[in-house]
Design a protein around this ligand. Structure first.
Ligand SMILES: CC/C=C\C/C=C\CCC/C=C/CC(=O)SCCNC(=O)CCNC(=O)[C@H](O)C(C)(C)COP(=O)(O)OP(=O)(O)OC[C@H]1O[C@@H](n2cnc3c(N)ncnc32)[C@H](O)[C@@H]1OP(=O)(O)O
Length: 280
C-alpha cells in the first residue's frame, strides 16, 4: 500500500521514478537516465504560495538533496502559470502570527533553493510574478515559454521588497536594468526577459523547457560536483550572509508592514480586482 513515507515508487514506465513525499502540493520525479529531479508545483489554479506549498517546496528540495540527484528542475503542473507568488488571500484579514509564518517559510524556501550546491534550473511554463519570479531567479538557469510575464511587481503594489528577495534578480541583470525594473515594478514579457538576460532561453513547450534545463544541468557532467557547488556558493555567499544577518528583523518588518491598515487595504482592493477579472 502506498503511504507517505514510501521512498521510491515507479511512476511512468521505467525511465523516471516518482519520489514519494509526505506532501501533496509538490511532486518530485527523478529521471533514471539523467539522474535529474523535476520538482513540480501543483497548487491549482495558479500555484499561489500559501504556507503549505512553501513547506512542501522545502521538503521536496531536501528530498532531492538527499537522494543524490544530479540537479533540480523547478516547474509547474499548470498550463499558464508558473507561480502567482504569495497567496494574497492567506495574508488578508489574518493575524500577525500567520503573517510571520508566511514570511518565515518564504525565506526558508528561498534560502533552500538559492543556497543549494546542486545545479538548479527553472522551466517557466507560465506567468511568474513576484514570488514566482523569486523562485525562478533563485535558480541558476531559466527557460521560459513565450507570451508570458515575469518580474518583481512589488513597487507597482506600493510595497518595498527586501534586498534578499531582489538578490536573484540583481544577480542576473545588469545593475542599471535591475534598478529601473525594480523601481518601475516592471513585468517583462518572455521576449523582453530573454533580451534583458532575465531568462536564458525560450522554449515552445513545457517539455522543451524541461529538456533545455536538463541540458544546462548536463553541461556540468564533467565538472567535479564538490568544486562546482563550492564555486557556486562563493558567488552567492555575500547575499546569503547579508540575509542571515537580517532574517529575524525582516520577518518582524514584513509582519508589521503587511498587517498595517494601509497594506491590508491595498490587498483587499487587489483581491477584488483579481476576482472581478475572472467575471469579465
Ligand atoms: C497585493 C499584495 C499586497 C501586499 C503584500 C504585502 C507584502 C508583500 C511584500 C513583498 C512580497 C511580495 C511577494 C508576492 O509574491 S505578493 C503576490 C503578488 N502576486 C501577484 O501580483 C500576482 C497576481 N495574479 C496575477 O497577476 C494573475 O492571477 C496571473 C498572471 C498569475 C494569472 O492570470 P490568469 O488570468 O491565468 O488567472 P486569474 O484569473 O488572474 O487568477 C485565477 C485565480 O487565482 C487567484 N489568484 C491569482 N493570483 C493569486 C495570488 N497571488 N494569491 C491568491 N490568489 C490568486 C485569482 O483570484 C483567481 O481566483 P478565482 O477568481 O478563480 O477564485
Amino acid at each position: 500500500m502506498l503511504h507517505s513515507n514510501l521512498l521510491r515508487l515507479v511512476a511512468r514506465g521505467s525511465s523516471s521514478r516518482l519520489m514519494s513525499t509526505a506532501t501533496k502540493l509538490t511532486t518530485v520525479e527523478v529521471n533514471d537516465e539523467t539522474g535529474i529531479a523535476t520538482l513540480t508545483m501543483n497548487r491549482p489554479p495558479v500555484n499561489s504560495q500559501n504556507v503549505q506549498l512553501l513547506l512542501d517546496l522545502q521538503a521536496s528540495i531536501s528530498e532531492i538533496e538527499n537522494n543524490k540527484s544530479r540537479g533540480l528542475i523547478l516547474t509547474s503542473a499548470h498550463s499558464n502559470v508558473f507561480s502567482a507568488g504569495l497567496d494574497i488571500f492567506e495574508m488578508y484579514n489574518t493575524d500577525v502570527e500567520r503573517l510571520r509564518t508566511v514570511w518565515t517559510e518564504l525565506q526558508n524556501v528561498w534560502i533552500a533553493l538559492y543556497g543549494t550546491s546542486l545545479p538548479t534550473a527553472a522551466a517557466i511554463n507560465g506567468h511568474a510574478p513576484a514570488g514566482g519570479c523569486l523562485l525562478a531567479t533563485a535558480c541558476e538557469y531559466r527557460v521560459m515559454r513565450p507570451n508570458f510575464l515575469i518580474g518583481l511587481n512589488e513597487a507597482q503594489l506600493g510595497i518595498i521588497a527586501p534586498k534578499w528577495l531582489m538578490s536573484g534578480f540583481t544577480n542576473v541583470l545588469p545593475k542599471r536594468v535591475a534598478e529601473r525594473a525594480l523601481t518601475q515594478g516592471r513585468m517583462f514579457t518572455t521576449q523582453e526577459a530573454f533580451e534583458a538576460g532575465l531568462v536564458d532561453e525560450i522554449a515552445s513547450s513545457k517539455e522543451e523547457a524541461v529538456e533545455k534545463c536538463a541540458a544546462f544541468i548536463g553541461s556540468f557532467a564533467k565538472v567535479n560536483p564538490l568544486a562546482r557547488g563550492l564555486t557556486k556558493l562563493q558567488f552567492r555567499a555575500d547575499n546569503i550572509k547579508e540575509f542571515e544577518k537580517i532574517r529575524e528583523k525582516d520577518v518582524a518588518d514584513f509582519a508589521a508592514l503587511a498587517s498595517s491598515p494601509e497594506v491590508q487595504k491595498v490587498m483587499g482592493t487587489y483581491l477584488e480586482n483579481l476576482k472581478n477579472k475572472g467575471k469579465k
